[in-house]
Design a binder for this molecule. Sequence first.
Ligand code: ATP
Ligand code: MG
Length: 591
Amino acid sequence: MNPTPDEPKSSNFLRQIIERDLAQGSYAGRRFAGTPGDAAHHAAGPLDVAKIRTRFPPEPNGYLHIGHAKSITLNFGLAAEYGGVCHMRFDDTNPEKEEQEYVDSILDAVQWLGFGWQANGTSHLYQASDYFDFMYRAAEALVNAGHAYVDEQSADDMRARRGDFNTPGTASPFRDRTPAENLARLREMRDGQHADGSMVLRAKIDMASPNINLRDPALYRIKHAEHHHTGTRWCIYPMYTYAHPIEDALEGITHSICTLEFEDQRPFYDWLLDTLCVLGLLAQPRPHQYEFARLNVTYVITSKRKLKQLVDEKIVEGWDDPRMPTIVGLRRRGYTAEAVRLMCERAGTSKAGGWTDYASLDIALRDDLDPKAARAMVVLDPLKLVLTNWDTLMGAGTVDACSAPVHPGHAERGRREFGIGRDIWIERDDYMDVPSKAYFRLFPGNKVRLKYGHVILCTGCTKDAAGNITEVQAELVPDTKSGTPGADAVKVKGVITWVAAHDGVAAEVRLYDRLFTEAQPDAGGRDFKASLNPASFKRVQAVVEPALAAAKPDDKFQFERYGYFVADRVDHRAGRLVFNRTTTLKDTWAK
Ligand code: ATP
Ligand code: MG
């Protein structure tokens, strides 16, 4: 699927790498047995029909956010673009609590964004814990080949001996054990004979390497913990840096794309896979890791931990609160999958970090919805207006039919029908007793056009004892109805939106704005709660045109003058209309 149907895609270093690999046939002779597996498994399979393989590997420990959307559009998008396949993989090597809620919501988010893991009749949905047997087998192979050892130093000693940027590390006293000793120890670890933290399996690489990640990194640790898939079968668990390259290789991944913080791990990624290929355990050609700068978006936070804090402390109403930068939040707010993909594509992919303005998401949404969204008129802060000459002119109790295009650019989509009668709703701020400078809307003696309706002449208003305006009066100017001959003979400077009292429908409208007032709410360790925007949510009781009574949850509209709105997917239903403001219109309402 093409993430940006209308826009030429700009090249980036990942596209260049893939194009180079395709041109050189780097992966042309690669076999893929249809399912993940070791060298022998794939060797028995056919040539891989997928030109490249990528993967999206979330940990199922939270809800996905806009940063993950970047990774999803990149991995699934590149695979689709270059005749490849992208695997959906849960990186569940940590025996920490996985919640089915997170797994379901991650799968849902990927599909909502428009991607899938089915290819050529195969479901490429994997979980890393399925590879524990292989990972352990590979660990024994490394031990036997003299590439790994069991270290019984304390964590403190290990840290002290690792050295630092300026100082080479020093060897552990356990480094020179024989493979047989190490194998026996590793098996004891596996069999539960040792306590958590008492020893680890380490790779034997180079304690003097300038890259600290190559100073004998840990491969396995002891953790007597139950895993949600493998239960109590294992009491040792692989380290992420050991597990991830193996997961990629077993799945026949060609381009393993990750964020820049893994750049320093790439030498170990290469060492591990090269070593296991030489030992005949993993298929060649093996995967390669490429890093890009993570997507940072202004006015939001994208750390799962901090997002959880917003939920737990009830600063927002849940993971899908429309102000949350989670995929479920963005979706509920009314952002479309197309807009999110477009924004991610436009943000570009590079190694240079930077910030993407949140406004770019709104721009993408407008670009997506302007040509699509049905239009509607609503009054967000209703004030009654009475047409005092209606009964004389039109007859008491009558209504006159009006209409407007469903979409101004698509006559074929038909027209919205609504009526006008003696009483209508207007916006409270469309009337002023004493007009300010350049105010062209309603004030006594001024004429305005009711959009898609007639020209009216304002005559005055009624106030309550406290001085609040309770009603505005005006007279209909005859022969000025929009679309009728001569309607434009009476010139006005102002056009206002309105809804008739007899057919207007009550609706709750939720006006959302950015959650933070600071562009980088958590930058430099700042307390993000100090910059919460107190005006990020406002609920109003509105009146909307009758066509909106038929809106279904998730239906999107442009409310004329106000912006893009969506029928709330949680609370909106027939008889209880609830609309969320996704974003305002680019242009402010003309005077
Ligand atoms: P968080 O820091 O929010 O907890 P994470 O990186 O730990 O996120 P994972 O579940 O490991 O979350 O992420 C899955 C994939 O999404 C990884 O490949 C990760 O690099 C990528 N990813 C996460 N955040 C971003 C981001 N802001 N921009 C681009 N990719 C991201
Ligand atoms: Mg992570």
